[in-house]
Ligand binder design. Sequence first.
Ligand code: ADP
Ligand code: MG
Length: 611
Amino acid sequence: PVTCEDEVAAAYAAAGIRAAISVPLVKYDRLAAVLTVHSREARRWTDEEAVLVREVADRIWSAVERARAEAGLREAKATLEQQVTERTAALRASEARLRTIFQTSHQLQGVVALDGTLLDVNAVGLRSIAATLADVVGKPFADAPWFAGTPGMSDDVRHSIAMVAAGEKVHRHVVVNLPTGVRSFDFTMRPMHDEHGAIVAIVPEAVDTTEHRQAEDALRQSLKMEAVGQLTGGIAHDFNNLLQGITGSLDMVLRRIAKGRTGDLDRLIAGAKASADRAAALTHRLLAFSRRQPLDPGPVDANRLVRSMEDLLRRTMGEAVELDLTLEPALWSTLCDHNQLENALLNLVINARDAMPDGGAISIESSNFEPAEASAARALGLGPGEYIRIRVTDTGIGMAPEIIARAFDPFFTTKPTGEGTGLGLSMIYGFTRQSDGSCRIDSEPGRGTTMTLYLPRHHGETAEDPGLARAEDAAEAEHGDVVLVVEDEPVVRALVVEVLRELGYDALEAEDGVTGLDMLRSARHIDLLVTDVGLPGLNGRQMADAARELRPELKVLFMTGYAENTVAASGFLKPGMAIITKPFAMDALTTRIRGMIAAGQHGALPQTPPG
Ligand code: ADP
Ligand code: MG
């Protein structure tokens, strides 16, 4: 058998090798290389030769290792260089991308140094003021053309820069007059931090919301038009029926009089009056809906108001519903329109009744309410301050979230046609907002509903508004109490004058503001001016103002049917002035007039007879 060694020997012999010496090189416990020296002659190696071969092997190995290490180093250096090149290219590409994003953004963006100097601004930012980078960069941001056309804006921005430099974020909606036109923006300024968290710059950003706002306005307008259409369509029908009731009855009256049959005119006249009252209620709902109903705010004791309505409410609710009143004895006075609050309560109770077809319970609670924190007030849509709270709770069907979301919308109703107008809550909402209060719904299906009204606390004098004084508290007309009536509509003027004379007042009349003012300029004694607001030429308001210059204590009662053009809800009435809205019941007018004159005679507003 041929051994391995024999095979090696044979291979050596074939190559002419007769002797060999091999030196293994072991590195880190592994065979790394072998150095073999061959000889053509068979021989025996001396020790010196073996040492020499080992030494040669060692030297060759160190040379190989050094060469290898150098090659590795060269390679590493090349790789490093390549890496640096690649990384730099990637950074440049990333920077270019960010710059492109910055430049092509639809938002106006920039960078401002902490001292307020503008460092950079993007293309759309520059376009909005038709400027170049060189025009604005390096100058104070607050003085840039974005703000120059809007009074107060530069100061505002300067102030905001200081806030942002201190770490705050500023966010507001602004409408600015740019060189390219008036635009509205969502404007933010936020701090830019470095990797250690230090603030290094300020980033202003502005999103142009002009179109968005216009679209919203257009939508709102079209919804309004739709609502108006619905309203006019729905109400014209009812109104015609009511007019029919009035004109029909009056026709009959005239015919009976013509025939001399004046026996039972009462019934016909009462019918006409009932129709007219219903028509008046209808126009009041319309005015309230348009939120232009002139409020006649005065101090109101809400507990007293609730108690005075108790009978009416019980009658409205029917027998299957229980009523429970829980009134805070030390309830603050509130400032609002007495009639509107009555109306709101009645509406809430009717809604509660409608939600309990099989009966149940309604509770009305009053309490004082002082939001603990401004945020709590804001959540309710209230400013900081003190309020009274009126709650109407029922045990009825409750409301699903989607109904709550729409319940305040005008015309939103879930009731069958003819049973709901969908105006009740919309009106209540308008009334509370106009009174600087608010209202909210808490309800769940099957668990009843709580409606809460918030109305502002009234701090001033708590005496009843002279206009609200009860007839029985008022003095009877004394001989010589003089009332001047200014009204251009002859029928209304004649009616008012007639009522006044019936009550024992001396009534003067004028058909327009100029004539009225002439009478007020005379030396005549006049206790009260009752005037229409919408007069031709000099209107009622202007006449009253002019008259007050001569007679500062003159008491004035405005009559108005046109809410929107002359009567702003607040600030219209000065002390000693009151409003009554047309159409009014004659009783309401006399109550008002007596109350106002009585207030003067009791010393609240002494009348100085003009010299
Ligand atoms: P209307 O009473 O004419 O329907 P409102 O504006 O008063 O109009 O109310 C709007 C809707 O809100 C009602 O149709 C009803 O669906 C819901 N709603 C109001 N009050 C209550 C209540 N107390 N319980 C349940 N649902 C209510
Ligand atoms: Mg209702």
